[in-house]
Design a protein around this ligand. Structure first.
Ligand SMILES: NC(=O)c1ccc[n+]([C@@H]2O[C@H](COP(=O)([O-])OP(=O)(O)OC[C@H]3O[C@@H](n4cnc5c(N)ncnc54)[C@H](O)[C@@H]3O)[C@@H](O)[C@H]2O)c1
Length: 328
């Protein structure tokens, strides 16, 4: 979105669910910067990336509530110009450990939230953050949207259900299937995180980066600013309503290479070492996976701008200035 387009949010009322989390807070802050009146709804779910510090010092208003809590959420969404539904559980490991909780957080809470939206705010654009994990193990690469969704774990099934619940809405939400995202404000204070946050956490702490299973599998990764851009432009593009689009990076590389680049860019310069797959990880792994975003380029005019090495440098720089965010 050009600076002029971002100003189209000026004076609008925007609601961001999951807005204390990694992606949500980056979106909320960008909207506030553009002059929007922003309210985030976040339950600070245990084990997720939500942190009140993510929006500290900004004009963003915070409502601590579950997205399915009608008493708290209906007044917030009534009359909202834009709704960004970015709350949810992203961890496949957490989903495998407690499938019912995953389904509650990703699907059931979403059903309740969408019911609140339907009554309190019929129509109007909603953007939903889904995941490329709904495809499961790819039959062909890069993944395009016509590849059948065959999720291999409950987290993927719950996200797919959430997509369809969104698509049932009259307002035709925009579904964005995100690849792995990294960058400032990502939660790095635990070790049971996704592969990129674990690499960053270890690189910042000067601990060896452990790559499971040889690290030959490829991934694409998105710097969070590119994701914010895709989410904002999706809200401003009427033709995007009802569409399901991949948001990924054309630059993809072996996980081992990603680890090497992160380790080398970190001042501590820790080694990259091979490790055996822990069973829990092996169960939810899908091999090489990366997506094509050509549909998003066509519909939204969006494409990622930040190459991996640049995004890594910017991420390490931000965390170097916020040691309390990875040293817990
Ligand atoms: N980070 C990634 O690499 C990535 C990739 C693909 C998709 N996604 C999806 O994007 C969304 C946001 O991811 P993130 O990395 O910002 O995660 P995050 O854990 O940093 O943020 C999620 C936020 O949602 C909140 N939340 C969860 N369920 C809620 C509920 N029922 N009511 C209110 N708040 C709730 C949590 O408290 C947390 O603050 C997730 O749904 C995730 O699956 C993320």
């Amino acid at each position: 979105v050009s600076a002029a387009d971002r100003r189209r949010f000026s004076g609008t009322r925007c609601v961001v669910t999951g807005g204390l989390g990694f992606i949500g807070s980056n979106v909320a802050l960008a909207l506030a910067d553009a002059g929007a009146e922003v309210t985030v709804v976040d339950a600070l779910v245990d084990g997720h990336g939500g942190d009140a510090a993510n929006v500290d010092g900004s004009a963003v208003r915070v409502v601590i509530a579950d997205v399915g809590d009608v008493g708290a959420v209906a007044p917030v969404v009534t009359g909202a110009d834009h709704v960004f539904d970015l709350a949810g559980q992203g961890s496949h490991i957490a989903g495998a450990r407690d499938p019912e909780r995953d389904f509650d957080l990703n699907a059931v809470a979403r059903l309740r939230f969408l019911e609140i939206l339907r009554r309190a705010r019929p129509g109007g654009p909603t953007v939903f953050a889904s995941t490329r994990q709904v495809y499961g193990r790819p039959a062909t690469l890069p993944l395009t949207e016509d590849h059948p969704p065959r999720p291999t774990d409950v987290n993927g099934v719950a996200k797919l259900a959430a997509e369809y619940l969104h698509l049932l809405q009259d307002d035709g939400s925009v579904i964005l299937r995100l690849s792995n995202v990294y960058g400032p404000r990502q939660h790095l204070r635990r070790d049971d995180l996704g592969v990129l946050p674990v690499f960053f956490r270890r690189a910042l702490r000067g601990e060896p980066l452990v790559v499971f299973g040889g690290g030959a599998d490829a991934r694409d990764a998105l710097y969070v600013e590119d994701v914010v851009e895709a989410i904002l432009v999706a809200a401003l593009t009427p033709e995007a309503a009802g569409r399901v689009m991949n948001i990924g990076h054309e630059e993809h590389m072996a996980l081992w290479r990603m680890a090497e680049l992160i380790a080398a860019a970190s001042p501590a310069g820790p080694p990259v070492v091979a490790g055996d797959w822990p069973l829990e990880h092996a169960r939810v792994d899908v091999g090489s996976v990366y997506t094509s975003s050509s549909l998003a380029t066509e519909v939204l005019g969006w494409q990622p701008e930040v190459p991996f090495d640049d995004g890594v440098a910017r991420t390490l720089e931000w965390f170097a200035q916020h040691p309390e965010r990875y040293d817990g």
